[in-house]
Write a protein that binds this ligand. Structure first.
Ligand code: FES
Ligand code: FE
Length: 402
């Protein structure tokens, strides 16, 4: 059991919903270390795409919450994950991604099968049981082409039923990575997630996103007229344009009841077919889409993984807390595996989320700088920031209960 400090107890007791958090929650090294060992370890994190471990023995080395992990495709076609920690004296075993028939530690050459069992080690003392010295596993789930992992054996099972058929329709299991970009952000993970979960900032901070995405009319302003215009546009799209066979998707009409864990579809708006600058395709249709309908499907595996599915590409968002005031944001763009390289216009493909994520990095880092000030105190959330509130209240409730 990880013991927590009085400072954490007191901050949790003082929390009041409806306002941003106290400085302590964003800047305390002790709190981050406590979260890393407890609450964060019990979350599922997107760690990669199946195409990164295509064959038996293909492996990737990734960092999660200060741990180095090996994720490998085994001979039974299962993807497994292990701590990258030798069971002899603890050395790192793998440095870079690769393909292997065994993992051999560079220190004294203990060698592990790709399913983690200790295969050979020289000069062991008599009675040493090699069966007890396999690599320590992490929880790893491959669902619909996505690789998720969690560090704690007690993490509740990942429930993919709301979105697995949608991933299959989209062709995510057989997709290929067309681009991946990293946006290391100098801020606590809560500032990053609070930003991601509201569009109050879209109009002031994201001119390109606001120009492309019609739903900004409803989610970035508190004005009945534009919201009604948007609702009418969605209704008309649902009646005339929207593909009806996208599995289990809720259409985001004005009164639709939707959540992050279910797939929600809505139009990009303005007749755009995809999220490019001119609205025109950037790649061939993905998966089972018979035609463009200009829709975007979105869902998440809260709190750290979110997805946008367009007719011709998919966008994966990974948020990985790295340190108290450091969060890795990684965006990966998938296209249909069968698409020829010259049929994918990578710069046009990445344009919207690249420019938007760079803007978010800048505003979040400015937010973090102000939060460090002696003048900072929690301020009131607006009506348009209410999506992010459940994430934080859940976090507070979970910490109070643990
Ligand atoms: Fe790995 Fe010795 S630490 S073989
Ligand atoms: Fe943003």
């Amino acid at each position: 059991m990880v013991v927590r400090s009085h400072a954490i107890e007191e901050a949790l007791a003082r929390y009041r919903p409806g306002r941003s958090l106290e400085q302590f929650f964003y800047t305390s090294e002790g709190l981050f270390e406590y979260e890393r060992r407890t609450w964060l370890a019990r979350q599922w994190f997107l760690i990669g795409h199946s195409s990164e471990v295509p064959r038996t023995g293909s492996y990737i080395v990734r960092e999660l919450l200060g741990e180095s992990l090996i994720v490998v495709r085994t001979a039974t076609d299962a993807v497994k994950g292990f701590f990258n920690v030798c069971r002899h004296r603890g050395s790192r075993i793998c440095r870079d991604d690769g393909i292997a028939t065994a993992f051999t530690c560079p220190y004294h050459a203990w060698s592990y099968a790709i399913d983690g069992r200790l295969r050979s080690a020289t000069a062991l003392v008599e009675g040493t049981d090699k069966a007890e010295l396999g690599l320590k596993p992490i929880r790893l789930r491959e669902v619909g082409g996505l690789l998720f992992c969690s560090l704690d054996p007690k993490t509740p099972e990942l429930d993919a039923t709301p979105f697995l058929p949608g991933l299959e329709y989209q062709g995510v299991p057989g997709a290929r990575i067309a681009a991946r970009r990293h946006y290391p952000t100098a801020a606590n993970w809560k500032l990053v997630m609070e930003n991601f979960h509201e569009c109050y900032h879209c109009l002031p901070a994201h001119p390109q996103y606001s120009g492309v995405m019609g739903h900004v009319k409803r989610y970035s302003m508190d004005a009945a007229g534009p919201a009604a215009d948007w609702n009418n546009e969605v209704d008309a799209w649902a009646r005339t344009e929207a593909l009806s066979d996208f599995p289990q998707a809720i259409v985001e009409t004005a009164d639709a009841d939707w959540s992050y864990t279910e797939i929600t579809r809505f139009p990009i708006g303005g007749g755009r077919r995809t999220q490019s600058e001119d609205g025109q395709p950037v790649a061939p249709l993905m998966g089972r889409y018979p035609r463009y309908d200009g829709g975007v499907a979105t869902f998440g595996v809260p709190p750290f993984s979110y997805f946008f599915l367009l007719n011709d590409h998919a966008v994966l968002f990974q948020f990985l807390p790295r340190a108290t005031e450091s969060t890795d944001v990684t965006v990966t763009w998938l296209v249909d595996a069968a698409s020829a390289p010259d049929a994918v216009d990578v710069e046009r493909l990445v344009w919207l989320w690249d420019v938007t994520t760079l803007q978010d990095k800048a505003i979040i880092e400015a937010n973090a700088a102000g939060v460090r000030s002696r003048a900072y105190e929690p301020g009131p959330f607006s009506k348009l920031e209410l999506w992010g509130v459940p994430l934080i209240t859940q976090y507070i409730e979970d910490l109070r209960a643990q």
